[in-house]
Design a binder for this molecule. Structure first.
Ligand code: URA
Length: 186
């Protein structure tokens, strides 16, 4: 395991208050990946604690998925100043950490375009790929991946919550050991 707490692999280390380590079940088959820590996460050292986290928590609860049953992390573990999008270089510097966290999962849920593009190593159009289970190779292992909206997108578009509910239902099938059930009709 890398020494995340003392990591200085990119410039984000200069302004952080805390390194935001992953949360939830370290052995969960399902990992949710967000973009980057925000202010609240920087203060607490835990992912998805602020407004986006509240949306995620309430949708997980509605769908009967305990937050403690999934693994939650971010593309980068330190807050980009002013909540800007992490740069490619920052995400690349943090990729070994992310790959180590994800290599043994059965499903990765990419929350938003930044996480999806980082994981799939290409530009992702959410409108075209939303809630479709695809494959990603991490350290030589093929893992299912589903891309969806970031919970913060629900602040501006009420339909986002429905898409996220659908995503969580897909995740639930993996948690229940039903694997790669088609997302249709879930
Ligand atoms: N947004 C993210 O992408 N990650 C967090 O941990 C919090 C907000």
């Amino acid at each position: 395991m890398r020494d995340l707490m003392n990591c200085r692999a990119c410039g984000l280390c200069r302004e952080r208050q805390n390194v935001v380590c992953p949360d939830g079940d370290p052995l969960s088959p399902v990992a949710f990946v967000g973009e980057a820590p925000g202010k609240k996460e920087d203060e607490t050292g835990r992912p998805f604690q602020g407004r986006s986290g509240k949306v995620l928590d309430s949708l997980l609860e509605e769908e009967g998925v305990p937050r403690s049953s999934i693994f939650i992390t971010n593309t980068v573990k330190c807050r980009p100043p002013g909540n800007r999008v992490p740069t490619r270089e920052e995400m690349a510097a943090c990729l070994p950490n992310l790959e180590e966290e994800l290599q043994d999962r059965r499903l990765i849920v990419a929350l938003g375009r930044t996480a999806a593009s980082d994981l799939l190593r290409r530009e992702v159009r959410l409108s075209e790929e939303l809630n479709k289970v695809a494959k990603v190779t991490i350290r030589g292992r093929e893992i299912d991946i589903v891309v969806t909206y970031h919970p913060a997108a629900s602040f501006y578009n009420s339909k986002v919550k429905d898409a996220l509910r659908q995503t969580i239902r897909i995740a639930r099938t993996y948690l229940e050991g039903r694997g790669s059930a088609s997302s249709k009709g879930i």
